[in-house]
Ligand binder design. Sequence first.
Ligand SMILES: [Zn+2]
Length: 162
Amino acid sequence: MQGQGQSQVEGNGDTVVRFGGDAKTERPLGRSIKRGMLCRCPNCGEGRLFRAFLKPVDTCAVCGEEIFHQRADDLPAYLVIVVVGHVLMTGYMLTDMVLRVSPWVHLAIWVPLAVLAALVTIQPIKGGVIGLQWAYRMHGFSGHEDDAIEPIAKPRQNEPTA
Ligand SMILES: [Zn+2]
């Protein structure tokens, strides 16, 4: 029995029955993030995700997947601060327990290291964010643009106001 809005997908010998729409291609979250962090297209894993430092391609050169829907915005920067901040702060505190050096030496060590670590990690993290948005079909990745938000207090027509 196969009715409207119901599809069957064969996989691993099992029959998967999906309700509520046509069969969309699978977008595993972990694989998509991993491919993004390797700076590869989350769809095919082959094409490059960035055309320049932190500049994503518009479309994948290999599979043609539209990448320009991404809206990573400043989430990658927040994630870099969380990750690099925790790692370097731990390193600073452990070093300070072992070595008694002046604050200037710590500054000379940790500030350049923080800048370097941020520059090295931000592009893979941005790729991972794009992979996550693609996997969850956020923004235009679903095949249609985000719906415009309806005005809340839209006055109805043909309705007495008093
Ligand atoms: Zn691709």
